[in-house]
Ligand binder design. Structure first.
Ligand code: XMP
Length: 507
């Protein structure tokens, strides 16, 4: 188990991912909340930070329980922090030190740089620089512009690097982390999807016992994997609820329900389409629509959960990035992007305790865990789909006719992507129904019908995204198929906006 102390770098999560890729478990904690159970951690990594160590407001935690007592790797700000407070010198750098650099010197016979040689590309991102090493420091590597790119402290298992091993552009970054964690700190590489499943199932059994658990399934990856884990642990004491809000994709409710039943899950499908559409009638403001959907969902879910007698727990598919984001929001160091509705969790109306089996793992790990439990590949590879569903892709007010049109268009687009082998190359795709009519001509007749937009984006986490350069031929075929088959649509456009400044969804 490895502890990562977060000083607010945008790359902190990447450090955790790289460590996990080495099959080593790690946890991120904010620098101002160092965990008390330090004995549980075999090694510590200090992250980078947007701050300057020379500033009074910068993070200056007390590391006396860590330094010299455990193997320590200090990255970027961490490296400067150690230097600044232990007899070294940190000052603003004269040259810009961002982006690509190459190691021009690497000290020989150092375990830390095993299998990494001069010339190796590293990624820099800092405005201060270490002018003098701290007391006991030995230089391990330099780049052309950065003399003190890596050092160790004699008499301790403390290593420090100015560059970022966690980004892919540091080509030997993973090797460096392996050298430190495996060869130097001797941390065991036992974190695998299968071991995660075993441990989590045992944890759930211990925590939940013979209690009943309620879980809301969405058809998405996270809630499905959470459900299968809980099912493994407690069998039919897990009660899943899958709500049809009438805003799902074409046939999605029945298809997904069937798939869940095939997996042996105890699922109740609740068709509440009419309730949702009634509540939405006449609403065209995006926020009003979202709120209405949220409210009906809570009502429906509450009704259903109350029918499960003696339910004691609510299970959620919260994953690690949501948890980290909410830690940041609640006093951690990184900039607040958004607060996540899943975390901090219990809606007042449900007096249930919370169980979140995925709260310590990343999306790609969720997929690996799912695959190791035999969950269908297609289900695990599904594109993200927003909770409010097609409601935020039908601009303006919502009617069942508009839902039908958009379901048809979406199905043609998504099936087309699958048939052309493009689906897995796209992070998320969907269609948007615009609130305008345009003039067309079909078989000598004038038409005056709806416009739909197609959107396909690449992304890693949905926070930033770029539109996908889909082949013209594919767009051409898809457009023809939509206009020829979907009554009420006579024009198709393709969305070529990135996020930011646009967003992925239109509402
Ligand atoms: P935006 O539109 O903010 O979307 O660029 C980023 C990602 O989040 C999804 N999204 C939502 N998911 N409830 C959800 O569960 C929502 O209200 C919601 N709004 C957007 C969106 O589909 C994309 O993957």
């Amino acid at each position: 188990n490895v502890l990562i102390l977060d000083f607010g770098s945008q790359y902190t999560q990447l450090i955790a991912r790289r460590v996990r890729e080495l099959n080593i478990y790690c946890e991120i904690h904010p620098y101002n909340k160092i965990p008390e159970n330090l004995n549980d951690f075999k090694a510590v990594i200090l992250s980078g930070s947007p701050s300057s160590v020379r500033s009074d407001e910068a993070p200056h935690p007390d590391l006396s329980e860590i330094r010299g007592k455990k193997p320590l790797l200090a990255v970027c700000y961490g490296a400067q922090y150690l230097a600044h407070f232990s007899g070294g010198l940190v000052a603003p750098s004269n040259t810009r030190e961002y982006g690509r650099a190459n190691l021009s010197f690497v000290k020989e016979n150092e375990d830390f740089f095993k299998n990494i040689s001069e010339g190796s590309q590293v990624w820099m991102s800092h405005s201060d620089t270490i002018k003098e090493l701290p007391t006991g420091g030995t230089l391990l590597a330099s780049t052309h512009d950065v003399q003190n790119a890596a050092y160790k402290i004699e008499g301790e298992t403390t290593y420090a690097i100015q560059f970022h091993p966690e980004v892919y552009h540091s080509t030997d970054g993973k090797q460096l982390l392996e050298n430190f964690l495996v060869n130097i700190a001797e941390v065991a590489q036992t974190w695998t999807p299968a071991s995660f499943v075993d441990e989590t199932v045992a944890d759930i059994k211990a925590k939940v016992g013979n209690d009943k658990v309620v879980l809301g399934l969405s058809g998405g990856v996270d809630s499905t994997v959470a459900a299968v884990l809980l099912h493994k642990a407690i069998g039919s004491n897990l009660h899943c609820i899958f709500v049809n809000n009438g805003l799902l994709r074409k046939n999605e409710f029945t298809d997904v329900l069937k798939q869940y039943e095939g997996m042996g899950l105890n699922v109740k499908g609740v068709d509440a389409s009419a309730r949702f559409l009634n509540e939405l009638a006449g609403l065209s403001d995006p926020e009003a629509k979202r709120k209405a959907i949220g409210k009906v969902f809570i009502d429906v879910f509450d009704d259903e959960a109350n029918q499960i007698e003696d339910a004691k727990w609510l299970a959620q598919g919260t994953i690690y990035p949501d948890v980290i984001e909410s830690v940041s929001v609640n006093g951690g160091p990184s900039a607040t992007i958004k607060s996540h509705h899943n975390v901090g969790g219990l809606p007042d109306f449900m007096k249930l305790k919370i169980v979140e089996p995925l709260r310590m793992i990343f999306k790609d790990e969720v997929r690996r865990v799912g695959a190791s439990m035999g969950i269908d590949k297609e289900l695990l590879g599904r594109h993200p789909f927003p909770g409010p569903g097609l409601a935020i892709r039908i601009l303006g007010d919502i009617t069942s006719e508009k839902v039908r049109i958009l379901q048809e268009v979406d199905a043609i687009f998504i099936n087309g992507l699958k048939e052309s082998g493009l689906y897995n190359k796209v992070w998320q795709a969907g269609a948007i129904l615009l609130p305008v009519n345009s003039v067309g001509v079909m078989g000598d007749e004038r038409t005056y019908e709806k416009v739909v937009a197609l959107r396909a984006v690449e992304s890693t986490d949905g926070m930033t995204a770029d539109w996908v350069n889909l082949p013209y031929e594919f767009l051409q075929k898809t457009s023809n198929k939509i206009i020829n088959n979907v009554k009420g649509v006579n024009r198709v456009v393709y969305d070529i906006s990135s996020k930011p400044p646009a967003t992925i969804e239109w509402e």
